[in-house]
Design a protein around this ligand. Structure first.
Ligand code: SF4
Length: 223
């Protein structure tokens, strides 16, 4: 198995291939056969080159919203889909207005489209947030399919639930990016838990239990 997350050498990054760790994937060059050709396919090359240019032009200056708008403009996408969570409708509306202000056409679709009840998908009443009665189910497959039917050539995901986003990614046939990752507790900033895991959450106290973190010695044993 690869353990790049714990690699201190980073021979790939530092161009020191003579120092590759034993389990480095680059020790198996056959794994990389054909990959450069994929990047040279017309659409992929354009996406890749515009991404690299944005990284260069706005490095540590442009926030993600700005970068996303810039990418959409440089890619000349004609109709941008916004697949958003009902809990982030306000943020979706702001982003939608920003895109329109830049002259970009949009099509926004809420997660609850279709008006299915959670019961329809095998969720029992006792596992609903409200306990019983109608509770609208998220419909990420519908978001993927309806945005495709509307003719979007690029989609932006705003705060779909973990797992629901998995279904959106599985069924979308349109290139997309993620603008917002939902984290109801940490202001949609999951990195805060990662930063805290070796900081204030490190002890055995309230936050550690709340975030389901294993004891510190287990967390660090793969280092
Ligand atoms: S040098 Fe190899 S093992 Fe280390 S991060 Fe790069 S690809 Fe992963």
């Amino acid at each position: 198995m690869y353990t790049c997350a714990h690699c201190a050498v980073k021979a790939c990054y530092n161009n020191t291939k003579d120092k590759m760790p034993q389990n480095c994937p680059m020790r198996e060059p056959e794994l990389y056969v054909g990959l450069p050709e994929v990047y040279h396919e017309e659409e992929n090359l354009r996406i890749f080159q515009e991404s690299a240019q944005i990284e260069h032009d706005g490095y540590c200056q442009w926030n993600r919203v700005y970068e996303t708008i810039e990418f959409i403009k440089r890619m000349d996408y004609k109709l941008v889909g916004i697949a958003f969570c009902v809990g982030l409708q306000r943020e979706a509306a702001v982003f939608d207005r920003l895109l329109r202000a830049h002259g970009i056409k949009t099509c926004s679709l809420i997660c609850k489209n279709g008006g299915f009840d959670k019961n329809d998908f095998g969720i029992a009443d006792e596992n609903k947030l409200k306990g019983c009665g109608y509770e609208a189910a998220c419909n990420p497959v519908g978001q993927a399919k309806l945005l495709a039917a509307a003719g979007t050539d690029f989609n932006v995901v705003i705060g779909l639930c973990v797992g629901h986003d998995t279904l959106f990614f599985k069924y979308t046939e349109t290139p997309f990016t993620v603008l917002v990752v939902k984290d109801r507790v940490l202001g949609h900033n999951p990195c805060a838990a990662l930063y805290g895991a070796e900081g204030y959450f490190k002890g055995e106290g309230y936050f550690r239990k709340k975030f389901g973190l294993p004891p510190a010695d287990q967390l660090n044993k793969n280092k």
